[in-house]
Write a protein that binds this ligand. Structure first.
Ligand code: FES
Ligand code: FES
Length: 160
């Protein structure tokens, strides 16, 4: 079989609370499924190699790098993307914290940062800034907005 003739696989996946039936090339990553097939471009492609965290989404409530995960592995699972977190009129508290604390500059890494930060609130993490930086170290910000990002996580944590 030629590489371009990889089989198509059909499965069901719940994205932001909505059950979706999809049929994609078996090689499709979860990131590409979301962006290219389901019209959800809020999840960003940075490195496409598991190094930057821009593609972070939640799978059954836990954060994952969607560029490293094949879509078909998530048959029957629940995915949450930044589009499912809040709306412009009703921001999720973490989104509001990033705005309040200037936790971004260009914004390219921001959806991944926020998805990681929301998951972090349910993970074991020390209360100090160093612990937050360690737990957020999988999310790279080329603009260097780290002080605001840490401040936003701490702000949301105090108010959660
Ligand atoms: S795009 Fe997935 S980790 Fe960089
Ligand atoms: S805000 Fe620009 S890469 Fe993080």
């Amino acid at each position: 079989m030629a590489i371009s003739e990889a089989p198509i696989v059909a499965f069901e996946i719940t994205v932001n609370g909505e059950a979706r039936r999809v049929a994609v090339d078996v090689r499709t990553t979860l990131l590409d499924l979301l962006r290219e097939h389901l019209g959800l471009p809020g999840t960003k492609k940075g490195c496409d190699h598991g190094q930057c965290g821009a593609c972070t989404v939640h799978v059954n409530g836990r954060r994952v790098n969607s560029c490293l995960s094949l879509a078909l592995m998530h048959d029957g699972e629940e995915i949450t993307t930044i589009e499912g977190l809040g709306t412009p009129d009703a921001l999720h508290p973490m989104q509001a914290a990033f705005v309040a604390c200037d936790g971004y500059q260009c914004g390219y890494c921001t959806s991944g940062q926020i998805m990681s930060a929301v998951a972090l609130l349910k993970e074991p993490c020390g209360p100090d800034d160093a612990s937050v930086r360690e737990r957020m170290s999988g999310n790279i910000c080329r603009c260097g907005a780290y002080p605001g990002i840490v401040q936003a996580v701490q702000f949301a944590y105090r108010n959660s």
